[in-house]
Write a protein that binds this ligand. Structure first.
Ligand code: PLP
Length: 383
């Protein structure tokens, strides 16, 4: 691939350029799906589900309409419903909490680890100890969000959660292919959810999501829930919904899944370039936890002078973004009505300081160098 001209803008993400990386295969897959004449729950979805489950090393995956639905269906699949407690973080996509509320469960938000931005196991233990389980022996769950491409501290989270009788859901929307201690995200907890939003590490050209599990009965329940609660056609055994992955998106995902490992390796190479060049410029760089294989959905730096950094980048045509500027518990829709365990001090501070630099598989080395130069120049002007 030829490098971009120096004057061309460097976007923070670019689903269009990532599409061009594998355009021939994607176009052929779309053609195949179009020509099949079958557009909903056909062979493309079936094959993708089998290929994605094999990639994860799990028995089953179920294609659904998006990552938010995947999380809702995962929770419902393991039996979470009205009044149950679901513990998670506030430093995440609003979708994580929206999915909990759609099941009727009560979200309990706990703080994050300041180094990895993922759920702090000690905060989780404190929250579980502080709150007797609502609903007596009703189920309760923890959603571990593998944020920015790095897995949460699963060994500690599983010990604490399973020790207290809680189920564990992995929100893998930012962690396709990430590992911890050599084990892939989605294979640690009781069930996992994925989003295939176009900018994710495995992205469709539209919306998509999946639920993944080793439990055949749970997978079957999710399959029923995603289509009107049908066990057989036109017979709703449970009240379900419509959340199907479509054949075109499944075909695109099959074409892209083949390249996921290489695309993740490219993200890691970009991150290594940033790591080396920005090591002593005063920004706090991403921390890769012991034993973690990070897939850099985002490359997130941290500074108290975020505004000046972002405006300097913007003046040079370089995109940056904030994931996430307002924690879920401070969003207008949720403020004052969610359960939080102790003030979420680490979460609230991170929200004011984090910035995501450009990172996506089609980003070129010379573009990365332009980002680095701009940041080093900015750093020299800082007190
Ligand atoms: C993207 C994302 C979701 C939601 O996925 P959609 O496909 O947009 O519904 C959920 N959780 C996390 C952590 C995400 O990044």
């Amino acid at each position: 691939m030829s490098d971009a001209a120096p004057s061309r803008a460097v976007p923070q993400s670019s689903p269009g350029r990532d599409y061009q990386l594998h355009q021939e295969e994607i176009d052929a897959a779309i053609r195949r799906a179009l020509d099949s004449g079958w557009y909903i729950l056909g062979s493309e979805v079936r094959e993708f589900e089998a290929e994605f489950a094999a990639f994860l090393g799990l028995r089953d995956s179920v294609g659904v309409a998006n990552g938010t639905d995947a999380l809702e269906l995962a929770l419902r699949g393991i039996g979470i419903g009205p009044g149950d407690a679901v513990y998670t973080v506030s430093h995440t996509a609003v979708a994580t909490v929206a999915a909990i509320e759609r099941t009727g469960a009560i979200a309990v938000l706990v703080d994050i680890d300041p180094a990895t931005y993922t759920l702090d196991p000690m905060a989780l233990a404190g929250a579980i100890a502080a709150a007797p389980r609502p609903g007596g022996n009703r189920p309760a769950a923890v959603i571990a969000v593998h944020l920015y491409g790095q897995m949460a501290a699963m060994p500690a989270i599983l010990d604490i959660a399973h020790g207290a009788g809680l189920l564990v859901v992995e929100d893998c929307a930012q962690a396709h292919g990430a590992r911890l201690e050599g084990r892939m995200a989605a294979t640690w907890g009781d069930i996992a959810s994925f989003s295939f939003y176009p900018t994710k590490n495995l992205g469709a050209l539209g919306d998509g999501g999946a639920v993944a599990t080793n439990d055949a009965a749970v997978a079957q329940r999710v399959r029923e829930l995603r289509q009107y609660g049908w066990r057989e056609r036109y017979v709703s055994s449970v009240p379900g919904m419509n959340s199907r992955l479509d054949e075109l998106q499944a075909a695109v995902l099959r074409a892209k899944l083949v390249h996921l490992a290489a695309d993740n390796a490219r993200r890691r190479a970009i991150a290594a370039r940033y790591d080396a060049a920005l090591a002593s410029c005063g920004l706090r760089l991403p921390v890769c936890a012991e034993g973690a294989e990070h897939v850099y959905h985002q490359y997130v730096v941290r500074t108290a002078r975020r505004e000046s950094l972002m405006s300097t980048l913007s003046e040079r045509g370089i995109g940056s973004a904030i994931h996430y500027p307002v924690p879920v518990h401070l969003q207008p829709a949720y403020r004052g009505r969610l359960s939080i365990f102790l003030p979420l001090a680490v979460t609230e501070r991170a929200a004011t300081e984090v910035t995501s630099l450009p990172i996506f598989p089609a980003l070129t080395d010379s573009e990365v160098d332009r980002v680095i130069e701009a940041i080093l120049e900015w750093a020299r002007t800082q007190p």
